[in-house]
Design a protein around this ligand. Structure first.
Ligand code: ATP
Ligand code: MG
Length: 568
């Protein structure tokens, strides 16, 4: 069993940006951060992420340390990234693309992707990233929904994924292609001509902060992905959370492992580190435990932002591999995207010397909302406390338009946020009714169930759709999964409610084992016994099935919905 609280560490090499949480909350105003970024020409993400730095001393600082999949590497300064950004903006203007037009990117993690995103934002066009591992269907659905006018991709991705479906995308006027080991296809524009041939100077037009900037599709964990619309003002949140939740300081080397095809990879892999003016590592390779450790060690990563699935895969690879590497420079390790089980939080402390700091947010919120802060005691399994400037509560819907705020500690309800933070989404594209349904009273309802303890920490219970109703109890899958994950044999766990004539649902667990362990009835009994002793008979699973792996969606999240469908 994991300790309930890990006391905050004494200061590392630099004092944390948030030294006293309560004090930071009291003194915080979004308008102060906005005032820092707001210029005479409004607030444009490209201006504050890149141009602002490229004009001064920062121009020579490394913005991106790109590490290619074939061992190639490029260090790109803020100045050089600004030049490529401006060229891309000019290329778009030259093609007749302007404010409000949607530019999609389907790229591996290559430097051009970063210039394309920033160049799009610089001319007030709207950037929408696609995950490069998508097959044709998700690409077509998203590009049609967003009415993409331009696509940036690579020659191989074009040949494999776009050429076969281009007829289905009549609104797509231009495809700009980065050369790789394939030739530039006939009906596309080569990056080397269309972009590199442009002038390296670009005027960013005055940008009102509420100008549409980004179109982010949700992960599709609970159903059809929604396209959340975000505005340039979101960058205020990116800077504030980079400082407060990720504790970025100017000398940090930051690595966000999320792909920019998802909101985390764009908000925190691209925008936040540049706005904060740090050096960030961009690794093109796929996950491999050994490679990740090497990268952390070799690049002297100091702040690392990753996800529970990746952490559990590292744990599965065993502690010995981790101990072969010097990971002592990592002073902040944070996680987002799914619940982080206490075992994983503690594993961070064991191998990195610092517990993983879980934080919570979603595509709709545009940035981190609830976090464990470096200076605060960590309660393993808790998402932490709301960011200064963010008001969160547990509520119960009483009608379509009203909620009751639950003030009794440790009571489950829906996690709600008071609108007003800068990166709040401004709608779901073409789905206004769905957007309006997210609001009741003066709250935004997140669709996640949680509880808040007496000290203000929030605890994730489950997605509203995943919660199990058994014999009159509401059971969150995360709590059950966390206990199973404490067993040394268990690498992954997914828990669902299986329909039952008597109990309505019974708790059923699916478990994937670590290498070296074999499924057996004895192990099943052991796991059932562990769960019963820790959770009580009402909450513990009644059935456990062993699976070679637990199904996940493209974003790497456990698909409990799919486990349930398979079970039925
Ligand atoms: P869709 O909305 O399409 O079903 P999704 O909700 O998975 O997909 P995202 O916006 O990428 O799409 O994910 C946000 C969700 O991920 C949150 O609402 C929450 O359910 C889950 N999540 C994110 N961070 C955490 C965390 N730290 N702990 C628990 N759950 C988390
Ligand atoms: Mg969601």
């Amino acid at each position: 069993m994991q300790p309930a609280v890990i006391h905050a560490k004494p200061c590392g090499p630099v004092p944390p940006n948030v030294r006293d949480y309560e004090q930071a909350r009291r003194g915080f105003r979004w308008s102060d951060v906005e005032a820092e970024l707001l210029g005479v020409r409004g607030l444009n993400i490209a201006e504050v992420a890149i141009e602002r730095h490229a004009r001064g001393e920062q121009a020579r600082k490394i913005a991106l340390r790109w590490r290619g999949r074939h061992g190639d590497a490029r260090d790109i300064t803020y100045g050089a990234l600004a030049v490529e950004t401006r060229r891309f903006g000019n290329a778009l203007r030259h093609l007749g693309v302007g404010a409000g037009d949607v530019v999609f990117a389907l790229c591996p993690r290559i430097p051009e992707l970063y210039a394309a995103a920033l160049g799009t934002l610089a001319i007030q066009a709207v950037f929408s990233p696609l995950f490069a591992a998508f097959g044709p269907d998700p690409i077509v659905t998203r590009m049609r929904a967003g009415a993409g006018k331009v696509l940036v991709t690579t020659a191989s991705l074009y040949a494999r994924k776009i050429a076969p479906i281009r007829d289905l995308l009549p609104g797509l006027q231009h495809v700009i292609v980065v050369a790789d080991d394939r030739e530039i296809p006939a009906d596309t524009l080569a990056w080397s001509d269309a972009v590199l041939g442009q002038l390296p100077a670009l005027d960013i037009a005055p940008t009102p902060p509420d100008t549409l900037a980004l179109l982010h599709f949700t992960s599709g964990t609970t159903g059809k992905p929604k396209a959340a619309m975000h505005v340039h003002r979101a960058v205020v949140e990116h800077l504030a959370t980079a400082r407060m939740a990720l504790d970025l300081h100017p000398d940090d080397v930051f690595w966000c492992t999320a792909d920019p095809g998802w909101v985390t990879g764009t908000s925190y892999g691209l925008i936040a580190p540049l706005v904060a003016g740090v050096t960030s590592v961009v690794d093109e390779s796929d996950f491999l435990a050994e490679h990740w450790y090497e990268l952390l060690e070799r690049e002297h990563v100091t702040v690392w932002y990753t996800a529970p699935t990746a952490i559990r895969m590292l744990m599965k690879a065993g502690p010995d591999l981790a101990r072969k590497h010097d990971l002592s420079r990592v002073r902040v390790a944070a996680s987002v995207g799914e619940p982080l089980n206490p075992e994983a939080v503690m594993w961070g402390r064991d191998v990195l010397g610092t517990p993983f700091l879980d934080n919570w947010w979603q595509t709709e919120t545009g940035g981190i909302m609830i976090a464990n802060f470096l200076s605060m005691d960590v309660r393993p399994g808790s998402m932490g406390r709301p960011l200064p400037g963010v008001e969160a509560a547990i509520v119960k819907r009483t009608s379509d338009t009203a909620v009751d705020v639950i003030t009794t500690p440790d009571t489950e309800g829906e996690l709600a946020l008071r609108p007003g933070w800068p990166s709040m989404f401004r709608g779901y594209l073409s789905e206004d009714a769905r957007y309006r349904k997210c609001f009741a009273g003066s709250w935004y309802l997140t669709g996640d169930l949680a509880r808040q303890d007496a000290d203000g920490y929030f605890w994730f219970v489950g997605r509203a759709d995943d919660v199990i109703k058994s014999s009159g109890h509401l059971i969150g899958p995360f709590e059950v999964e966390s206990v199973l994950l404490e067993h040394p044999a268990v690498a992954e766990a997914g828990v669902i409610g299986k329909p039952d004539p008597v109990a309505f649902e019974i708790v059923k667990a699916f478990v994937a084992l670590k290498p070296g362990y074999a499924a057996s009835d004895a192990l099943r009994q052991e796991l059932l016994g562990l769960a019963r002793s820790r959770l009580g008979a009402a909450v513990a699973p009644k059935e456990i099935d062993f699976r070679p792996f637990i199904p996940k969606n493209r974003a790497g999240k456990i698909m409990r919905r799919l486990l349930k469908a398979q079970e039925l």
